[in-house]
Design a protein around this ligand. Sequence first.
Ligand SMILES: [Mn+2]
Length: 359
Amino acid sequence: MKMILRWFPYSDDSVTLRQIRQIPGVGGVASCLPKIPVGEVWTKDDIAALKSIVAESGLEMEVIESVNIHEDIKKGLPSRDRYIDNYIKTITNLGGAGVRVLCYNFMPVMDWARSDLAKPLPDGSTVMSYVHDEVVKMNPETIAKSMEGKSRGYSLPGWEPERLGAMAADIEFYKSFTQDMYWSNMKYFLDAVIPAAEAADVRMAIHPDDPPWPLFDLPKVITDARRVRTFLSLNDSPYNGLTFCTGSLGVNEENDLPAMIREFGGRIHFAHIRNVRKLGAKDFDECAHLSDCGSLDLFGIVKALYDSGFDKRFTGYVRPDHGRMIWGEQARPGYGLYDRAIGAAYIEGLWEAIGKMGV
Ligand SMILES: [Mn+2]
């Protein structure tokens, strides 16, 4: 198992690589190049420059999160072929630079959503929170504004300003869309890029939809075991795999996470491990990683990953996902240093204990 941390380059992160290097057990980062417009090629030079910054701090860059998918691909427009060609070039260039896993998502229009990016908890920490009725009362622009206002000046991945302008029109576009049309566009993308991913030895790892239920009538497809099964069957290559995000999938009551890990284990290339505290059917707070702090059984999750041979058949990359904001830290919501470091140490502790006790 390789523990890594998400890190945003080029002065868009309050956390430094030197700090990440000092978290015990963390040997690398999942990084990105958000300045490259969605749909354009990540050149070898762009990637080499980023990799050398990471390597200077003694860290690896074997995971990229994310290369965003152009909306025309999701919509199935004729222009998609050009963007898919660019995506293939990016995969090839990443593989040449030693990147082994590419985390991406296929969520329409907007990525993750929250109603509050800094909800205070009784212990004085703040967390991201989701109250469904509050989110659906807003429209995408007001959500975007409220999220931007609370982002402490850091870019929010998936809420890049260039995406926001077209949001209302895009939501309208998808009103005539069936889930089958969406699956078909996804298959078209996978069938085109997976052979290139195999050739470049880059495992594609789709991130589940967050939250895992429909919002603004948009198609949501990576939300539960049945749909994950459908997704994996669209293209049978082991390079067509998952980022198993426990926080995203875990707020859906129907999802038995350890059972899903046992079923999909061979196709899980990357794990985002975090806890959530469920407050209602579609309401939740993010929380500290420990099982006792939330609604998920982190021991059961890590045990299932361990038992699935997560780090034996392939490297098995893990990162603590979002953390709370604690000890007065000022950082991008969810991506402070302190609570993610605590989360990493906790997950490593579970992993070591499970391995040594053979439980
Ligand atoms: Mn995640």
